[in-house]
Design a protein around this ligand. Structure first.
Ligand code: ATP
Length: 596
């Protein structure tokens, strides 16, 4: 396939606000692609060159892209900048310049050629690499037609936002098979075990859906992490799971560790650490890597745990605010000495070519204990098995009095539900004054300029929403204008400005009254505490619209869900936007809300 052909599909996708239509266009594209192209297409559709867990950074900012356009099309950088200021989009800018200056036709480069060129640009490093990157991108821009150039420049700056996530791609792969969403559960199950969309797509296309059914985890490809359901009383929990293993709920960050030892003497070990949102964080935590090397007794293993910082002088575990300081790209070694980490492990998912995903928790934990040797860094989350609500309550109160968030209750015969929130794990957290016992992870969708005191910050409020995994859309739940510190306002403004987009993204459903001065791409996840979930006609989460009695207008039939007294708890950089609280969860939280 030529890259031009892909660009035509991208244009059609960009012009389609309808989800079903997008799914259809994507399946048409997948049908036309060759087996060896479909994987790359999936990455490109998500504005990437590789799966999420492989860090490939272009290292090219807007200013350098402007230079590449100027060099490639023999223009002054100032001319390009002027046009860019007008259109606000470098893709449109390069397309316009190519069209006017007669460079619009270009060569019919293959998709593979363009992919390889982009890869070369991305991986260039070392002295002089910036110049090489600009030169190579300039040449590419010069060679291709104007529509292709529109999309090529959007990829390095992360602005190929087509308004869908990997979830829509999974639907389209099912469509590719027989024009329905029927195969989505099998495809999604495989994706949960091997979170590489390109790999999954190439199996569907090249080998067929049957092949996916037998897919097993593999060291080096992260497994989408299992999540916990919430409950607020020990009786309810025991009624639900019967006998459970009760563990402390540590407030650090989740790590999935992959390890492979080569039996040949002296050969290197493969160790990777993935965060909750599947980012490769191996380099950030050398102390954990070392601990795993020393303590894991297996040739291959995938294990999970919660990393928590501690004070080496007092031996005390530190709160999240301290632990999070370890998430950094510089001064790693020094910080590791100052704030060392312990990894409390609680899951064994794979060991020596055997998957434990479908084994009971009891069995996984037993095998985990055999797999981790003694040491200082990798520790077990202590557990107590009980089916007595009174005892569970005592363990919970004890955890709270030690400053922990609460406990996790794990069903002894529960399997590991990759990528799913399930009652095999139940979080039981200390409750707060409001009716709502848990926080909500929401996506920042846009903001308004401020008035009064905050006019100086340039942000007066920001709009947040939840994720609807059925429609792959973000739906609003609140506009937050108070309750942040000055520092938090500044932080949210700086982060938002990096993600500004022209116009409301296609995957946002927002009532006109909630329109924002500035729209931002869905990337920032914030943890929000609120007193209560209420109903509001101006928020779109769960809102139902329908024709008015006279049939002449569309009106609100059922008000949406909104938050009362929302306030920012923290930024959740370990979550992707599709990890935000879902509409379904919000509806369940509404049902479980305490009656005060
Ligand atoms: P999620 O979406 O995973 O539920 P969350 O951070 O919003 O994420 P939490 O309320 O923090 O939900 O509870 C789940 C998280 O708790 C896990 O992802 C893990 O990082 C952490 N955790 C701490 N201790 C444990 C434990 N013993 N077993 C499992 N998870 C634990």
């Amino acid at each position: 396939m030529t890259f031009r052909r892909l660009a035509e599909y991208l244009q059609r996708l960009e012009e389609t606000p309808l989800r079903n239509k997008m799914t259809q266009i994507l399946s048409e594209l997948f049908g036309e692609a060759k087996n060896r192209e479909i994987g790359k297409i999936c990455y490109l559709l998500l504005g990437r060159l590789a799966p999420l867990y492989q860090t490939i950074e272009f290292g090219l900012g807007e200013r350098m892209i402007i230079r590449a356009i100027a060099d490639g099309l023999y223009k002054e950088a100032a001319t390009v900048t002027k046009k860019f200021k007008k259109s606000g989009d470098l893709g449109i800018t390069v397309e316009q310049i190519k069209n006017i200056s007669g460079f619009n036709k270009g060569k019919a480069l293959s998709l593979n050629d363009v992919y390889e060129a982009l890869m070369t640009i991305a991986i260039a490093s070392g002295t002089g690499s910036q110049e090489q990157k600009i030169k190579k991108l300039g040449e590419l821009i010069q060679e291709v037609d104007s529509l292709s150039a529109r999309y090529i420049v959007r990829i390095p700056i992360g602005k190929l936002r087509l308004g869908f996530s990997d979830m829509t791609i999974l639907d389209s792969l099912s469509f590719l098979i027989n024009g329905t969403k029927k195969h989505r559960p099998v495809i999604e199950r495989a994706y949960n075990l091997r979170a590489d969309i390109g790999f999954i797509a190439s199996v569907v296309k090249g080998e067929g859906i049957e092949k996916l059914e037998g897919i097993q985890p593999q060291v080096g490809t992260p497994i989408l992490m299992a999540r916990a359901e919430r409950m607020s009383s020990s009786k309810e929990i025991i009624d639900k799971i019967g006998k459970g293993a009760i563990e402390a709920k540590y407030d650090g960050f989740r790590i999935q560790a992959h390890l492979k030892r080569n039996k040949k003497k002296g050969s290197n070990e493969f160790i990777k650490l993935y965060s909750r949102n599947l980012e490769d964080v191996t380099l950030m935590y050398p102390d954990i890597v070392e601990g795993l090397k020393q303590q894991i007794k297996a040739d291959e293993a995938i294990i999970e745990g919660e990393a928590v910082a501690y004070n080496p002088n007092t031996g005390e575990y530190l709160p999240f605010q301290e632990t999070v300081q370890r998430k950094r790209k510089y001064d790693i070694e020094a910080k590791a000495k100052e704030i060392p980490l312990k990894l409390f492990v609680f899951e064994l998912l794979f060991k020596n070519r055997k998957s434990y995903i479908n084994d009971w928790y009891e069995i996984r934990k037993k095998e985990l204990k055999k797999t981790v040797g003694r040491g200082e860094t990798i520790l077990f989350a202590p557990e107590e098995v009980t089916d007595n609500p009174k005892r569970l309550e005592e363990i919970f109160q004890d955890a709270v009095s030690r400053g922990l968030e609460g406990v996790m209750a794990k069903k002894l015969d529960g399997v590991y539900r990759a990528g799913a929130r399930d009652f095999s794990w139940i979080k039981f957290k200390r409750s707060y004054a409001g009716k709502l016992t848990d926080t909500i992870d929401a996506v920042v969708m846009g903001y308004d300029f401020g008035q009064g005191k905050r006019a100086g910050f340039g942000i007066g409020d920001f709009l947040i929403g939840v994720y609807d995994n059925q429609s792959d859309m973000f739906l609003t739940i609140a506009k937050i204008g108070t309750g942040l510190t000055d520092e938090e306002w500044r932080a949210i403004k700086v982060r938002s400005d990096k993600l500004k987009v022209n116009g409301k993204p296609l995957n946002y459903e927002v009532d006109k009254i909630m329109d924002c001065d500035i729209w931002i791409a869905p990337e920032i996840v914030v943890e929000i505490r609120a007193d209560e979930i209420t109903r509001s006609p101006v928020h779109t989460a769960g809102r139902i619209m329908g024709p008015s009695k006279s049939g002449s207008a569309i009106e609100v039939k059922e008000a949406g869900l909104a938050l009362r007294f929302p306030r920012l708890e923290k930024f959740r950089d370990d979550k992707t936007p599709t990890d935000a609280t879902t509409l379904k969860e919000l509806k369940e939280m509404l049902k479980k809300q305490k009656k005060l």
